[in-house]
Design a protein around this ligand. Sequence first.
Ligand SMILES: Cc1cc2nc3c(=O)[nH]c(=O)nc-3n(C[C@H](O)[C@H](O)[C@H](O)COP(=O)(O)OP(=O)(O)OC[C@H]3O[C@@H](n4cnc5c(N)ncnc54)[C@H](O)[C@@H]3O)c2cc1C
Length: 376
Amino acid sequence: MNTTTPPLPFDVIILGAGINGCGIASELSGAGLRVVVLEKNTIGSGTSSKSSRLIHGGLRYLETFEIGLVHEALRDRQELLETYPEIVSVKPFYLPVYRSSPRWGITIWAGLKLYDVLAGRRNVLKSKRIKRSDFQTIAPRLKQENLTAVFRYYDAKTNDLLLTQKVGGDAVNRGAVIHQFVTITRINNNEREFRVFSNRGIFTAPILINATGPWIDEVNTQYSLPARYHIRKISGIHIIVEGCLTADLMFMQTAEKRIFFIIPEPENHHTIIGTTEREETGATDAVRVQPEDVDYLLTQLNMYLDDNNQVSPDEIKSSYIGVRPLIARKDNPTDLSREYRLDRHQIGATTLIHVFGGKLTTFLSLARKVRKLIPK
Ligand SMILES: Cc1cc2nc3c(=O)[nH]c(=O)nc-3n(C[C@H](O)[C@H](O)[C@H](O)COP(=O)(O)OP(=O)(O)OC[C@H]3O[C@@H](n4cnc5c(N)ncnc54)[C@H](O)[C@@H]3O)c2cc1C
């Protein structure tokens, strides 16, 4: 990435080089604007490398009637499959329903059919109910007794860090400058331009975009930036175990109606299992994996593994944690909307845009909407 002294002035300063900061930088530099991205750590080091790595519409969000979000994400899924075929690929997902599952097979079938319809002509392949004998071949380590139905649908998977680095690279190829390891000390606004003071110099531009994901509230407070929204920070962990527990991805349900994924990565000889939901009230930088979240995931996983195939704690190779920046509402964490909000402020001749929320999957649509908010 370009680390030379900044040519001054820029048209746009973006704070944060996660998937959204990089996506916006690529979109705006493609439109001919001079863009600089200031990242306090490295590209993609925040939430954009701590996800479940799914490029998906979000089947679960149909339950909370987030039809618009699912539709947009399915459209972006198709575009990402076409634009980044080396990093985003279609995968079959299996959804086993057991006698004890909190959702009925018929409800799941109806949800999958709606998911197929929302994907429309762009649908990768349609969902279907499959034979239990086929499931046994794909997931021999999972319990086979008390299965009432198994469904298969298709979504996409990526490597989130590589995708973010690729999008950041595209932005640089279009002329953007990305500075990593930047410490911002102060942000001023004199109604003609923003001035961002940092260890890498003073950056000036009439447009400032805050794409700092789960750090957004802390950044707004620290630099006294006006904002209409706040976030709730909901962390989620993943554990990684040696070898592939299943041949394909599994969409599992917990007794309390949460879902978790079993995500085999044969290319890395391991399986990722996630995720959890915990509200974080302290500083985002201080968020750490908690032993009880690891225990919770392992317990959920072992409930579905055959008695002879249980995973023990010492088989966990590693774990990681990310923080979802979700628009603050009173709902419980599982029901909080995954929708994003763009919050635009005109201050004299300057424009400030905050990005609140935003999934990995929807960064293309989000970046295009930001572009529409930029004054001509
Ligand atoms: C557990 C979990 C699972 C998920 N799974 C999926 C999934 O499967 N599919 C999906 O589509 N989405 C998923 N998501 C959501 C998705 O990962 C995030 O919404 C998305 O990555 C947010 O990107 P971002 O660019 O807004 O934030 P981030 O990636 O967090 O980027 C913000 C950047 O700002 C930087 N920053 C912070 N403060 C400053 C500062 N003062 N100065 C400069 N830079 C600063 C940070 O270092 C960081 O790099 C998941 C999220 C979590 C937590």
